[in-house]
Design a protein around this ligand. Sequence first.
Ligand code: E4P
Length: 217
Amino acid sequence: MKFFIDTANLDQIREARDLGVLDGVTTNPSLMAKEGISGEANILKHYVDICNIVDGDVSAEVISTDFDGIVAEGKRLHELHENIVVKVPMIKDGVKALKYFSENDIRTNCTLIFSPGQALLAAKAGASYVSPFIGRIDDISSDGMALIESIRTIYDNFGFETEILAASVRHPMHIVECAELGADVATCPLSAILALLKHPLTDIGLEKFLADHAKSN
Ligand code: E4P
């Protein structure tokens, strides 16, 4: 399973890259705003800065919601760097744009996926990735992991090559469960990736090894 980091924060992206397990980055307009990045020129530059840190796919989201606008914006994003993946919302004109992009060799990530039917439609339109938002589904007392399982079944039934990019990851067990269910990618906050490291018995065991070593030297 690939690990992407879900942030526009350059320091966090560098930290995850330096851990040696990072395969890519996802951003969205909220994450860009959180970093204080505004204005088209600054936003485009920030995407290039991210691409220069990570050798992997970087999702950059369109703001337009009409077909012509999504296509024009997507082309501008695509031309920024070979690793850019154009992130398109699951709306009617978004689906049309996914089809257009797939016919023109522009890779896409269909975002805001909350149902198996949406994921099926995105795959039929040729999306490279779909992003089911598991955390936001859990937030409303529903089952985000059931959505991953359902999409996996549908894609395997028909051999769709669209990759399942589990998004809205909140904690390390989301990552583990996504891996068990066969999600292709999890995009995670840095805290969830680092939390995978942690086990109290590891800390206790290491402390004992080091203490025993110190006694015998
Ligand atoms: C990433 O592609 C998504 O935009 C992101 O994971 C959404 O996460 P959130 O639900 O924590 O905002």
